[in-house]
Design a protein around this ligand. Structure first.
Ligand code: HEM
Length: 258
């Protein structure tokens, strides 16, 4: 009997030595399953919250304040004066109210995670808030549901929104570049004189080391003409601009009647 026990122990010890990875994998799986079934499975992005768990982080049931935006959960306890009970932005805590960050509608009935119908501008403004929370507060996990699965991986909906946001940010970046390249003119209107359009090295809020000349510039985003300051050495190379009638084409000031 004792001999059998000794042989068995020896065999187990040898297996454990020969197959350390296997043994640690089994132990890992057991611990992992425990964490998974307790619904607070740890992964590299933190905790996975269910809606019911997140609801408790409202400053009453739980003194900590957590909010979710696009399924990313942040600890905003530090911002108690904004998010605490009875405070202006209390509606955001204990849930995912992504939609309200853009609509500005803070009623309980307005709470929604749905943002797929947002325009590029709205998605970009929503992403501004995501960046704000990433910078100002700590992300403590993810919310299981619309944006993330239980294992922390994004849902197809989450991936779609992410893709739309990336596209929106690219468009915004392009628009910013266009504004730098073709800054707005200064405009002054007078009932007798009409409009005075002129360029300066700060017009359109773009500080630069050149002034430029006013031209009618066709903006493909707004599908309309606006006054833009064009670098003088580029006026002949740009397709979607035209001169203002009756204006000196080399001058940085132009008067137009309409
Ligand atoms: C879509 C509309 C709006 C949203 C989603 C929104 C959201 C927020 C949020 C989340 C905060 C807290 C930021 C933090 O954690 O520090 C905040 C702060 C604040 N908001 Fe709004 N807000 C909106 C519109 C407005 C408007 C229209 C006003 C003013 C008329 C306003 C005035 C303020 C002020 C004064 C603060 C406090 C700033 C500080 O103490 O640092 N908000 N807003």
């Amino acid at each position: 009997m004792y001999k059998k026990l000794a042989v068995c122990s020896l065999l187990i010890a040898i297996i454990a030595l020969i197959l350390p990875n296997y043994v640690s994998n089994v132990i890992g799986t057991i611990i992992g399953s425990y964490l998974f079934f307790t619904n607070e499975s740890s992964n590299s992005d933190g905790t996975i919250f269910t809606k019911e768990e997140l609801k408790l982080y409202n400053g009453i049931d739980n003194t900590e304040l957590y909010l979710s935006i696009l399924g990313n959960v942040f600890d905003v306890t530090r911002g108690k004066k904004h998010y605490g009970p009875n405070q202006q932005y209390n509606v955001f805590v204990g849930c995912d109210a992504s939609r309200s960050f853009v609509t500005g509608m803070f009623g309980k009935e307005d709470i929604s995670e749905e943002v797929i119908d947002f325009s590029k501008e709205e998605l970009s403004s929503l992403n501004h808030w995501v960046k704000f929370y990433k910078k100002e507060y700590n992300q403590v996990g993810k919310l299981v549901g619309k944006y993330y699965f239980q294992d922390g991986k994004p849902t197809p909906y989450g991936e779609k929104v992410n893709k739309l946001i990336k596209e929106a940010e690219l468009v915004k970046e392009h628009e910013k570049e266009q504004l730098k390249k073709f800054p707005h003119c200064n405009v002054e209107w007078d009932a007798n004189q009409g409009s005075k359009l002129w360029c300066s090295n700060k017009s359109g809020g773009i500080s630069r080391d050149w002034v430029g000349v006013p031209r009618q510039y066709y903006d493909v985003n707004t599908k309309s003409y606006r006054c833009a300051c064009i670098k003088q050495d580029q006026v002949n190379n740009i397709g979607n601009i035209k001169e203002y009638e009756g204006c000196d084409k080399g001058s940085n000031i132009c008067f137009v009647k309409t």
